[in-house]
Design a binder for this molecule. Structure first.
Ligand SMILES: *Cc1c(COP(=O)(O)O)cnc(C)c1O
Length: 436
């Protein structure tokens, strides 16, 4: 294997005094990856000591096209060089028009989808807030049905829909008007949790109110990479329709190619009423969020849900370039399918070697190593070898691979070799201790 395919980590930990003195203790990733990064290109991040790291985190799937993709970078640099509008509230700009045209031509029309686009504040959680507000406004109902292990963001409305107790604890106020129902597979393979939901909603004495919306991730990004089956999702869509609720697919992490297609629900035989997008939508890591909904649902009055940064024009430019470059034909989707199959094969082999199981779909997959402690040992060992990788799940017990979708197959394999060795060594040590 040539050295250009391999990371080159450094051991030196830079001076962190300024961060310890001035930055809030709320920082998290910076603790497990104590380097100072100063450059990023393609699938690589570089530290200021000359080290090179292979990025299997991709900003939690915000960098599906890698870091600083040349096509996106050039589009943005040209736009800035020509004094294109950077901030314009929600004014019409050339950049916004181009984005909407690309969304229509490249994404919506070929998929037979008819959605209106609402530019919310630039984070994913804001797209979720807008989605649940709209559902409540339209239906006149309060309750949102979300699912166990779901993750939807940190502002109060979205946080109420999030399962994780530690995150919920940060709210400081009751998180109401949401019921967390069991996700697909939550009670094991023999219990159909869609049937349970249908039973409760059909029973006037179940205590479950009629919901405004059912909010679901097709693959749970932060909640452990549980992938719902298409049949289960179709049932959920059907239940929503039958009970007068709107189905919201939160595609913030699973969308933009991560699971194989632009939308994670493509080809599954249902169409969500509302879809939220963010993370990789801008393509370059610029903040940009979008709530899509059926045109009949567009019952907002002007400014009813607003924000200073609605429509980040720089993000419009990079998102447009990304849509046209990657999604105008299906070559990219074929690449993702091939890489996803390679990833699946390698993770399955690791799981088989140690009696573990795997999770996920497409290029959104992980391995359940049994505990958060073992997972942390593995991710730390990977980082020492120059591989940036993180965990997911209720107990952080899933080591998740979120490599950029553009990753060269050989580089993907090289990174998986590092992961495989780290898994082997962590599990060998763990069993050794347990057996004593
Ligand atoms: C990251 C994420 C969010 C929140 O997005 P932010 O930009 O962090 O606010 C919401 N839903 C899902 C599924 C996510 O992965």
């Amino acid at each position: 294997m040539t050295t250009t395919l391999l990371p080159k980590p450094t051991a030196a930990i830079p001076d962190r005094a300024i961060y310890e003195r001035r930055e809030s203790g709320v920082r998290s990733y910076a603790r497990s990856m104590p380097r100072q990064f100063n450059k990023a290109q393609d699938v690589w991040m570089h530290d200021n000591q000359g080290g090179r790291y292979l990025d299997f985190l991709s900003g939690c799937s915000t960098l599906n096209y890698g870091h600083n993709h040349p096509v996106l970078k050039t589009a943005l640099m040209d736009y800035i060089a020509n004094d294109g509008v950077t901030h314009g509230l929600d004014l019409h700009t050339d950049a916004k028009q181009d984005f909407l045209a690309a969304l229509e031509d490249v994404i919506l029309k070929p998929r037979g989808l008819d959605y209106r686009a609402m530019f919310t504040g630039p984070t994913g959680t804001n797209a979720v807030e807008a989605a649940i507000k709209l559902a409540r406004k339209i239906t006149g109902r309060e309750l949102v049905i979300a699912f166990t292990n779901g993750f939807h963001g940190m502002t109060l409305g979205a946080l109420a829909c999030t399962g994780n107790a530690a995150k919920r604890g940060g709210a400081g106020v009751p998180l109401n008007h949401v019921s967390h129902e069991p996700y697909d597979g939550y009670h094991g393979p023999d219990v159909d949790t869609a049937e349970l939901l249908e039973r409760r909603l059909s029973d006037p004495s179940s205590g479950l109110d009629a919901p405004a919306a059912i909010l679901v991730e097709t693959v749970q990004g932060e909640g452990g990479l549980n992938a719902a089956s298409p049949a289960w999702l179709r049932k959920i869509a059907d239940i929503a329709k039958r009970h007068g609720a709107l189905m919201i697919v939160d595609d913030i992490q699973a969308g933009v190619g991560r699971t194989g297609n632009f939308f994670s629900f493509e080809g599954m035989g249902f169409t969500p009423d509302i879809v939220t997008m963010a993370k990789s939508l801008s393509g370059m890591g610029l903040p940009f969020a979008l709530t899509l909904f059926r045109p009949e649902l567009d019952q907002w009055s002007p400014g009813e849900h607003n924000g200073t940064f609605r429509g980040n024009n720089h993000a419009f430019v990079t998102a447009t370039a990304a849509l046209r470059h990657f999604w105008s034909n299906d070559a990219f989707q074929q690449d993702i399918a091939r890489r996803g199959a390679l990833l699946e094969r390698r993770l399955d082999a690791m799981a088989a070697e140690h009696g573990l199981s795997t999770r996920g779909r497409g290029m959104m997959r992980g391995i359940d190593v049994g505990s958060g402690e073992v997972a942390e040992t593995i991710t730390a060992a990977c980082f020492a070898q120059g591989l940036i990788i993180e965990t997911s799940g209720a107990h952080d017990e899933i080591v998740k691979v979120l490599a950029p979708l553009v990753i060269d197959d050989a580089v993907l394999s090289a990174g998986l070799d590092i992961l495989e060795a780290a898994v082997r060594s962590a599990l060998t040590v763990t069993y050794g201790v347990a057996a004593e």
